[in-house]
Write a protein that binds this ligand. Structure first.
Ligand code: PEP
Ligand code: MG
Length: 330
């Protein structure tokens, strides 16, 4: 901890053997938690856009949304800002749009809901696009993607909104290009769709919070089964490996924005697997950067190689705990 305090927050994250790691920030629902000494980071990897919807007592208007999004896009004019489209349902509800279901996490969530209500989706996309005109630093990300049809449909609607805005503001496609569009990989089906997604989106981002929940069939908010929510479960490791290997193979940009990237052992596993873009909450950023700067990637690759042979989460965790202890970083 002493060393951590001494490390310079303005330093970039580079492993000891010279591999640069992009550190991105998760923001939105936790916007108020940002410390004042965040130091260097490479962009917003996840903006949870539910916030303006939760603060109002009816759906916010396009203009109201423009103001909220513009504030964020203006705050980081030179950095990419990845805004996720509305992800309500499951654990996130709106008082003025109640959803009653037996299995909300398997129900009307994220992109499923907004594609059934294109008027909600279009207003939000129009607002994001209008807010992005000045700095053009917007990237749009789709939550809960389960099928290519959803991506196609969302793409069609985003293109429609983009054409409308260009027409209304009298911009050419060159002056106002379409923003990059990405998909979250947080439903197990999406893990197996990377080759197809590579043809359809500009990037993917792993939502490990939901991915772990769905892979292990463990409700992420149910304390009774909390001990079964094992981020180091071998199946999680295999899924993360499949995502990074196929993304590299099919030349698809990949990042991770779930809590696993904010977890010291999680981050080391991810870097050992080959991930180079980690998006995390501000609270853990200094700690993760410190670890990255203190360790060579090739040693993390060896740890991962060992971990891939283990068949229990506790054993996988122990490999990294032991390693950190040897390095006197535990
Ligand atoms: C995730 O599922 O990992 C994620 C980043 O999204 P959220 O936590 O908002 O569901
Ligand atoms: Mg999620």
């Amino acid at each position: 901890l002493k060393k951590l305090v001494e490390s310079d927050p303005h330093e970039k994250a580079v492993t000891l053997d010279g591999h640069a790691i992009s550190i991105l920030l998760n923001t939105g629902l936790n916007a108020k938690q940002h410390g004042t000494i965040l130091g260097h980071f490479d962009g917003i990897g996840l903006y949870r856009s539910e916030l303006p919807f939760i603060l109002t007592d009816s759906f916010p208007t396009e203009q109201e949304q423009v103001q909220v999004y513009q504030r964020l896009l203006d705050q980081y004019p030179k950095l990419p800002v990845t805004m996720r489209t509305l992800d309500i349902g499951g654990d996130k509800s709106l008082s003025y749009f109640p959803i009653v279901e037996d299995n909300p996490f398997l129900g009307w969530r994220g992109i499923r809901l907004t594609l059934d209500h294109p008027e909600i989706f279009l207003v939000q996309i129009r607002a994001m696009l209008r807010a992005s005109v000045k700095h053009q630093n917007l990237r749009i990300m789709l939550p809960m993607v389960t099928s290519i049809e959803e991506v196609d449909e969302a793409h069609k609607l985003i293109t429609q909104a983009w054409n409308e805005i260009k027409f209304e503001l009298n911009y050419s496609s060159e002056a106002f290009p379409m923003p990059a569009i990405g998909a979250m990989v947080e439903v197990p089906a999406a893990v197996f769709l990377i080759p197809a997604l590579a043809k359809k989106v500009d990037f993917v981002s792993v939502g490990s919070n939901d991915l772990i929940q769905y892979l292990l069939a463990v409700d992420r908010n149910n304390s009774r089964v909390a001990s079964l929510y094992d981020s180091y479960h071998p199946a999680v490791l295999q899924a993360l490996k499949m995502i990074i290997d196929n993304s590299k193979r099919f030349d698809l940009e990949v990042s991770i924005c779930g809590e696993l990237a904010s977890d010291p052992i999680g981050a080391l596993i991810l870097i050992g697997l080959g991930y180079t873009k980690l998006s995390m909450n501000s609270y853990n950023m200094g700690r993760i950067k410190y670890l990255i700067n203190a360790l060579p990637r090739y040693e993390l690759e060896s740890c991962v190689e060992q971990a891939l042979k283990a068949n229990k989460g506790t054993d996988i965790r122990a490999i990294f705990v032991d390693y950190l202890n040897i390095k006197e970083l535990g």
